[in-house]
Design a protein around this ligand. Structure first.
Ligand code: ZN
Length: 261
């Protein structure tokens, strides 16, 4: 294979690697952000459960005070019961004592229900706190990995830049210019010809072009303008003779231009 073709292929591989690593570097902060968001969500959940628990606590304190008040009231009524004068008075006081007793029972049931809810919430809180600890540890690990990978990427990109700067001066300036324009417009500047097609755009190649490529020439694809080359290393093993394929069937085929010098 011609040296200029080899250099262009190497340069393209370097450029593709640079693009891939640059994209990876750009995506890295998102990994930390995601782990931070997961931790923040778990912390909010814990805080929410804590707040619910303390509301239950306040509720039970209030219930306790109300129960106490009803007990004291009932005790006072029992004292009054000793000095009643008429059955009607006794009946009224008995009624008050009964009412206080019923209220105490109702409030105690409410308190018990609150205790049961608090028990479930405490279990939930413990679980949520474990989750917070796990996510905090995971965030530390993600941050460490991101920082390490960032450093690696800086070194890998520097090595690629070095390789790139070594390759570029070895390539004919006009050809390099063409390659750069194509790479900027299409992502790649050079494409392999395979199965009588341009691997860049899948446009079929004329038999004559295909033959010229197989002789080692560097041509331009008529459809995408990418520089085309043929690599015997990728050629399929010879098969039994078969009817000639129609290259790029159904598509217009134009004569390729000779590329470069
Ligand atoms: Zn093409």
């Amino acid at each position: 294979m011609q040296e200029r073709i080899e250099n262009l292929i190497k340069l393209q591989n370097v450029e593709l690697d640079r693009t891939r690593l640059t994209q990876e570097a750009r995506a890295l902060p998102a990994e930390s952000t995601q782990a931070e968001a997961a931790l923040a969500a778990a912390e909010r959940r814990s805080a929410g459960i804590s707040a619910t628990l303390s509301r239950e606590d306040s509720l039970r304190n209030r219930l306790e005070r109300e129960i106490d008040a009803h007990r004291q009231k009932a005790a006072r009524f029992r004292v009054q019961l000793d000095s009643v004068k008429t059955p009607a008075q006794a009946e009224a006081i008995e009624h008050e004592i009964q009412f206080a007793g019923a209220e105490i029972e109702r409030l105690e049931n409410e308190e018990f229900a609150s205790l049961e809810r608090a028990e479930a919430q405490e279990a939930e809180l413990a679980q949520s706190r474990t989750q917070v600890e796990l996510l905090a540890a995971s965030l530390d690990a993600v941050r460490a990995r991101v920082a390490g990978r960032k450093q690696e990427l800086v070194a890998e990109l520097a090595a690629l830049d070095h390789e790139r700067e070594g390759l570029r001066p070895q390539i004919d300036a006009e050809l390099l210019n063409r390659f750069d324009r194509l790479a900027a417009a299409r992502g790649t500047g050079i494409a392999r010809a395979e199965n009588q097609q341009c691997a860049g755009c899948r446009m079929g190649l004329r038999p004559q072009t295909w033959n010229q490529l197989r002789e080692g020439e560097l041509l331009a694809c008529d459809s995408c303008q990418r520089l085309l080359y043929w690599d015997p290393a990728f050629a399929p093993a010879p098969k039994a003779p078969q009817p000639e394929a129609v290259p790029g069937a159904g598509r217009a085929i134009r004569k390729p231009r000779q590329a470069g010098a």
